[in-house]
Design a protein around this ligand. Sequence first.
Ligand code: FES
Length: 99
Amino acid sequence: MDQDPVPYQKIVFVCVNRREPHETCCAHRESEAIAAALKARVKALGFSRAIRVSKSGCQDLCARGPNVMVFPDDRWYHGVTPADVERIIEEVVRGVQRP
Ligand code: FES
């Protein structure tokens, strides 16, 4: 096993867990599109090497999804829609230095 320091200043986890069609999950509420939009905005703003947008499994709050966790900001967004992406990005990039 090797070990390195985490190369990102922030990590954004977007739940993309998909359940059966009749079950509640983030994937049924556009979370894949939200993850893609967050990633695209981070890249467009030049923060790709400082902020990692990563798809996650279930965050155990399915009924309130789509859920997005931001570390180390201690923020957990619920009921996210594609219309919320810009506001989340504004909060995520705050204080981040472009490498
Ligand atoms: S499916 Fe996203 S929190 Fe459970």
